[in-house]
Structures are given as C-alpha cells and as structure tokens.
Design a protein around this ligand. Structure first.
Ligand code: ATP
Length: 241
C-alpha cells in the first residue's frame, strides 16, 4: 500500500503577535491506503486543523502536505480544487446534505459537479447507496431519513467515485450508540477497500475501531499507538476471521 496522505513537519499558525496561536506544530503523519487512523486530543489541541489541512481546505503555514504522493502546495488553484472534488471525501458531524435534493441526488452531486453525465452519475450514486444498504431510501429527502441514514448518505457521497482519502470530523457525534457503531463499521469497511481514512473523535470506544490512534496536545503529535482491543477485535474473534 502507498501513503495516500503524508504530513511532513506541518505547522499552522493563526494570527500574529500577541494573538498568535500555533494550532499545529511540526506534525508528521503518514496514512496508507486501507488504513483508518483516529485523531484524539483535548479541545483546542489542533484536531480539526489537522483535518482541514489534510483535506487542503486550509493551507499549512509551513511544512509539506502530500495527497496520493503529490505535494499540495505545488498545485495550481484549479488542480487543487479538482483534487478536493475527486480524491478527497469529507464527512462532518452535521451531515451537510442539501435539503432540496433526494439521497441519490446528494450522492450524485459531486460527480455531476466534476462533469460526469447525469445518468452515469445517478447510476454510480445508486451503487454507492446500495452498498450502504440504502437503495430503498434513494428517493427520500434528508428530512425523511433518520440521523443514522443521513450520515450513511453523507458517507456514500464522501466515497462515491474514485476517492483516495476520507476525512471525518466527529462522524458519529449526532448519533445514538447503535447508529454510531453502524457508521463506524461502515467507515472501517470502506477504508479496508483501499481508501485512507482519518477520523477525529473524542470517544475512545469509537477510536478502537481504528488501526491506529494519534494523540494531539497543543498542536503536537505526542503519541501514536495501536488502539486497545475494541469492537473490531471482538468481531474477529466471534467470526473466526
Ligand atoms: N480560524 C482560526 N483563527 C484563529 N484561531 C483558530 C482558528 N481555528 C482554530 N484556531 C485555534 O487553533 C487551535 C486549534 O483549534 P482546532 O479547532 O484545530 O482544535 P480541536 O482540537 O479540533 O478542538 P475541539 O475538540 O474543541 O473541536 C485552538 O486554539 C483554536 O482556538
């Protein structure tokens, strides 16, 4: 597997002088395809900053960010925008689905924005929804779906097409524990198919679904460990895989 995301000595400074905040401080991180990494740390430690820089939604103040082997800061604005649309999927706590579009239209949208013909985009979107057990919900609007279903639609939209990197900020934050576990199982399975995943979470139980946990404090990566035995390991034991 190759590194789909690489941060090399990445720092992010907001403001200047007395109001300066060093949100990230020389962070190094490598995430391979197929790997799910959880990012944990206290409030204000730089978790969301790490995610937005990894997703090239914000620029690093210094250091290098490579997505699928390409240095992001060396790209033109257009190339970077294309990479954000094609290679990176984002899942946020509040779903960010468009209320005026059905589930399948929401999932097809990034493809259509990228120039895929409407019919093809719809078929691809239907396949993605089907894989997440949502084909029966394809024609529903977001407010006709449960919270768990909405988040699964958001994940379908984040992975549709040929994505290499999936970034999730508290993806189960608005869900109860049953739906939260279902979403984690889905993220885990999606990454196993070769996508690199980075997920911010406050919840150690959810972090135990990841292959690795990265701890941040004051913008520093202070520790990287394998997660404690969690639901995944139980699954392995139970099914004998
Ligand atoms: N746009 C901004 N302008 C100025 N400071 C910012 C900005 N965004 C974040 N910060 C500061 O950078 C630091 C890291 O913020 P970040 O949102 O990455 O933390 P976090 O670990 O995600 O926190 P939380 O768990 O509370 O969401 C904080 O001190 C925050 O106040």
């Amino acid at each position: 597997m190759t590194a789909q995301l690489e941060l090399r000595q990445v720092s992010k400074v907001y403001g200047s002088g007395p109001t300066e905040v060093r949100a990230l401080d020389r962070a190094d991180l490598i995430v391979e395809g197929g790997e799910l990494v959880a990012v944990m740390g206290p409030s204000g430690s730089g978790k969301s900053t790490l995610l937005t820089i990894a997703g090239s939604l914000e620029e690093a103040s210094s250091g290098e960010v490579l997505v699928a082997g390409t240095e992001v800061s060396g790209m033109s604005g257009n190339d970077r925008a294309r990479m954000r649309r094609r290679a990176i999927g984002y899942v946020f706590q509040d779903f960010n689905l468009l209320v005026g579009l059905t589930a399948v239209e929401n999932v097809a949208l990034p493809l259509e924005l990228d120039g895929v013909r409407a019919g093809t985009a719809r078929k691809t979107a239907m396949r993605a929804l089907d894989e997440l057990g949502l084909s029966a919900r394809a024609g529903r609007y977001p407010d006709e779906l449960s919270g768990g279903e909405r988040q699964r639609v958001a994940i379908a939209r984040a992975v549709v097409g040929d994505r290499q990197l999936l970034l999730a900020d508290e993806p189960t934050g608005a869900l109860d524990s049953v739906n939260g576990e279902a979403v984690m199982r889905l993220l885990r399975a999606t990454c196993r198919e070769g996508i690199a995943g980075v997920m911010v979470t406050h919840d150690a139980q959810l972090a135990s679904w990841a292959d690795r946990v990265v701890f941040l404090r004051d913008g520093h990566i202070v520790d990287q460990t394998a997660p404690p035995a969690g639901p995944e390991s139980l699954l392995v034991t139970e099914t004998g895989r």
